[in-house]
Ligand binder design. Structure first.
Ligand SMILES: NC(=O)c1ccc[n+]([C@@H]2O[C@H](COP(=O)([O-])OP(=O)(O)OC[C@H]3O[C@@H](n4cnc5c(N)ncnc54)[C@H](OP(=O)(O)O)[C@@H]3O)[C@@H](O)[C@H]2O)c1
Length: 199
């Protein structure tokens, strides 16, 4: 398969890209690095990325940022940042790519456990992750030509435990290699419209 990996130089994306590259042709996309550069928050940039990359069988996104902070001090601008970055960024990748994927292709997006479990300072992450999961559930019923869509929802991964551990007291980090297998299941398997949890 020819696979576009967006966020390919991040913690999760670099591990997913390395795994998929063992069996497939992987094109790595990122904001500041990669075979192709893209800003997912800019629809023109997303369209330009697809024009540069050419025919694809699968698109995987592990890109997008959130706002973490106490609700009482959160500004509308901070909240909107997560909506524009992680939510609309991944939705943009589907909107612009849906007619370009080969028949039977697939999208795999990323949400996270905060879409389901409460954590301190997590209102933006909860909103964005839940919205993405709703989007995937609905979009699966509308994508044409056998194109599938799934979303991987990891808990805290071991490789990020030092950075984000304080937000997740009592959450057992999962090995990054286990998260990688969820993306493989989505890309190489038959599931459609599913949230693949890794926790
Ligand atoms: N790490 C965890 O424990 C964990 C757990 C659950 C869910 N998640 C979710 O998984 C996703 C990936 O997490 P991660 O830890 O791998 O993040 P990460 O290391 O920060 O990597 C994210 C990548 O996305 C790229 N990116 C960010 N904004 C972008 C944009 N607007 N356009 C294009 N590329 C953009 C970044 O590129 P640049 O470096 O070039 O800016 C970066 O390489 C996130 O959505 C996160 O919420 C992570």
């Amino acid at each position: 398969m020819r696979i576009l990996m967006i966020g390919a130089h991040g913690t999760i994306g670099s591990a997913v890209a390395a795994d998929l590259a063992q069996r497939h042709d992987v094109v790595r996309a990122g904001r500041s690095r990669g075979d192709v550069r893209v800003d997912l928050t800019d629809y023109a940039s997303v369209r330009e990325m697809y024009a540069q990359v050419g025919p694809l069988d699968a698109v995987v996104t592990t890109a997008g940022e959130l706002h973490f902070g106490p609700l009482a001090q959160t500004t509308p601008e901070q909240f909107a940042y997560g909506l524009q970055s992680k939510l609309m960024g991944q939705v943009n990748a589907v909107l612009a790519g849906q007619s370009l994927l080969r028949d039977g292709g697939s999208f795999t997006l990323t949400s996270g456990i905060v879409g389901e479990e409460q954590i301190r300072d997590g209102s933006n992450a909860a909103t964005v992750n839940s919205a993405l999961e709703g989007f995937v559930r609905a979009a699966a019923t509308e994508l044409l030509r056998g194109v599938r869509i799934n979303i991987v929802s990891p808990t805290l991964v071991d490789a990020s435990a030092e950075a984000y551990g304080p937000y997740f007291p009592g959450f057992l980090p999962v090995p990054l290699k286990q998260v990688v297998q969820a993306y493989r299941r989505s890309v190489e398997g038959v599931q459609n419209g599913r949230r693949i949890t890794v926790w």
